[in-house]
Design a protein. Sequence first.
Length: 277
Amino acid sequence: MAKNHYKTLGLTSNASKSQIKRAYRKLAMKYHPDKNDTPQAQIIFIEINEAYSYLTDENNQQVKKPVVKNSSRKNSKISQEELNKRMEWARRYVEHKKIKEEKINEITYYKIQKSSLRWIIPTINSLSIVFAFLILLDFKILPTSSLNVGLITYYVDMDSKKLALKFVDDDNDKFQFGVSLEDIKKINIASIKKYTCQKSMLFRQKTQMLLNIDNKDVVIFNHYCVYKIFYFYFILLLLPLITIFSKGPNTVHILSSYVISTVSVIGMVFLILTLII
């Protein structure tokens, strides 16, 4: 069965020696038995070594064409000793790269520890986690207060595809309440005499409306409430836990220190603005 050595290394027939060398190093690292313990990886590792051995042989390269080897592999077959040498080289290369990465991580980590980020990042992380548990308390744990409200008007919000109800409370504060298409089927607005709004304790969010329809209590959720995407905010604000639990000179901690902290700040600012508005 014929096989193209250039194709084995993912190259074209006019590839230069430097391209052959780069392709070999890349594939050797990927399929080296120390990094990839699958049975197929060992076979591929042997094949790329054979291809590299053939393509770097000056005698073979005198005929510049995509030489196809036959099933006997007489010309391209490398000795076990040569294969062991190449495996050892690949192993050392992987170790060197790992050590280099660890050194970079260590230097970056201690740079963070010596800069103002050493207290800015933990502060952001702490605030984010506290905020996560505050909205958990407010929406899921603490009891809500009841507020009698009066319906002013209602209309279909074409943008959000919700039924928008406009209410006024006892303090003459007006607010909107969004009803999903599914909840609309449960109610008949014309027959409702009393509306009781449920308001959260901490952030005073009008989360639900309690209706008595045909002597049955019906609860509908406010889809204009910030807690409509509660789980999104909750998970977002808990992301700094990754930074905390991965603390040390490692890639996860360093990347999360910058990325997750930034995302947490954006999430907190957006949530606070939404709660205020």
